[in-house]
Design a protein around this ligand. Structure first.
Ligand code: HEC
Ligand code: HEC
Ligand code: HEC
Ligand code: HEC
Ligand code: HEC
Ligand code: HEC
Length: 261
């Protein structure tokens, strides 16, 4: 029964994907079998890829390709979004070629030692102007545990199984994240228990620094987040900062809402 319903949703989803730029999915057979509209997901190899074009749109060098899945195999989010000060928003950091050559931003690694450096033969590695630059390497992930959406990689399992051991710090080899086992159960202001979302701190601090979320995205007071609803999340706030773009996307309802059935 459930199997048939899921198949229907998949088929309808596929049909929808062909004719429109949006996709939507609720939980089949429940009162949540409606749905919010989400922008159509890119192909798995391009989920989490961005084109940095703050300066390069109008210059002789095309925009710069950056792929999250290429990098997160080796580095946690914390390395770039805490130690190296990259913003969690495309084109929001003041990256310049001069800063990179000085060793800031991409230049902390792209220095000819950790990864290819900046010289006349490498300009085109980064300035590709294409979001699809790393497509042909995506098969590197073919043996990783799978999920259904986004890059379709289950990074939680990949980490747990030791398939990857991303560095926590570029500067302090012994850095270990603060252990934080607490799993929060979040509730809507209206308090529907079946829509309760879980928030496992540890599965986040495996990747992120506390300061990546506190206090910028979430204040640290117990149940302190105001207007905490799917609508806000879908518009890029709160969980939506990461779960629309880089971490598994919000379409994967049950990973956050285990009680929805
Ligand atoms: C490791 C990746 C990388 C490599 C290699 C690289 N760049 Fe860049 N470059 C960037 C990034 C990121 C920016 C910022 C892009 C933006 O905001 O539009 C940038 C910006 C620029 C800009 C815009 C103006 C400025 O001053 O920032 C120019 C021009 C430029 N790069 C030229 C080059 C040339 C020439 C080479 C080869 C000698 C090169 N880049 C190699 C990543 C790279
Ligand atoms: C190797 C460096 C690096 C790593 C590791 C990394 N990021 Fe990023 N991330 C970037 C850069 C660079 C940008 C673009 C910043 C800019 O343009 O100002 C970015 C942008 C983002 C954005 C905005 C995306 C968008 O579509 O606008 C989010 C969200 C994000 N990162 C989350 C994460 C998460 C979550 C992780 C860990 C799973 C992670 N990042 C790991 C470098 C990194
Ligand atoms: C924390 C270290 C680190 C930072 C910061 C970093 N990179 Fe990288 N990057 C790497 C490593 C290591 C590789 C090689 C990965 C591999 O070969 O699988 C790489 C590979 C790449 C590639 C090649 C992708 C491919 O398909 O082979 C590009 C392009 C790239 N980085 C661009 C950037 C840009 C642009 C920035 C800054 C916005 C950046 N990187 C910041 C470490 C870093
Ligand atoms: C991915 C984002 C994220 C990261 C990383 C994160 N937190 Fe949180 N934290 C949250 C959210 C979401 C809440 C719940 C907010 C609410 O209920 O309004 C929260 C709540 C808290 C609370 C209140 C606990 C309670 O019982 O309600 C504390 C204390 C806290 N975090 C500490 C930390 C510490 C220490 C770290 C680093 C080890 C950390 N957080 C990392 C997102 C994060
Ligand atoms: C990344 C985690 C995450 C994902 C994935 C997610 N949600 Fe939510 N959702 C939340 C949070 C957080 C709240 C607000 C707090 C609460 O109600 O527990 C929420 C609230 C809700 C609510 C309560 C009413 C409202 O508007 O806020 C409903 C219904 C809901 N989600 C349905 C869904 C459905 C259907 C999906 C899949 C399309 C989904 N959610 C995917 C985190 C998530
Ligand atoms: C700063 C980025 C960020 C924010 C904000 C964030 N997450 Fe996550 N979350 C991640 C990353 C990275 C992972 C690891 C899995 C992945 O990348 O797909 C993760 C994993 C999870 C998991 C583990 C799933 C599993 O398979 O065990 C749950 C549940 C989750 N997030 C719920 C939430 C909820 C609910 C919120 C908002 C209250 C939230 N997250 C906010 C980045 C974030």
């Amino acid at each position: 029964m459930l199997g048939i319903e899921l198949v229907t949703v998949l088929v309808m989803g596929a049909a929808l994907a062909c004719v429109s730029d949006t996709t939507s999915e609720g939980i089949s057979g429940t009162q949540f079998d409606f749905a919010w509209k989400y922008p159509k997901l890119p192909p798995p190899a391009q989920y989490g890829n961005i084109l940095i074009s703050r300066l390069t749109d109008s210059s002789t060098h095309p925009p710069v390709a950056f792929s999250h899945w290429i990098h997160r195999r080796f580095y946690t989010c914390r390395v770039c979004h805490f130690e190296l000060n990259f913003a969690m928003k495309t084109n929001a950091s003041d990256i310049t070629e001069a800063a990179i050559r000085k060793g800031d931003y991409c230049g902390a690694c792209h220095n000819g030692k950790i990864a290819f450096g900046i010289n006349d033969s490498t300009c085109g590695n980064c300035h590709t102007g294409k979001i699809s630059s790393s497509d042909d390497r995506f098969s590197l992930l073919k043996d990783f545990p799978k999920t259904r959406y986004g890059d379709e990689i289950d990074w939680v399992k990949a980490l747990k199984k030791g398939l990857i051991t991303p560095k926590q710090s570029l500067f302090y080899p012994d850095y270990e994240p603060v252990p934080f086992e607490k799993i929060l159960r979040l509730e809507t202001e209206r308090g529907m228990s079946e829509t309760r979302a879980i928030f496992p701190h540890q599965k986040h601090s495996d990747w992120l620094d506390c300061a990546d979320c506190h206090p910028g995205i979430f204040n640290i007071q117990k149940k302190g987040t105001q207007r905490f609803r799917m609508g806000s999340i879908n518009s890029g706030m709160f969980c939506g900062v990461c779960h629309l773009t880089v971490a598994f996307p919000v379409l994967d309802c049950r990973r956050c809402h285990p009680d929805l059935n």
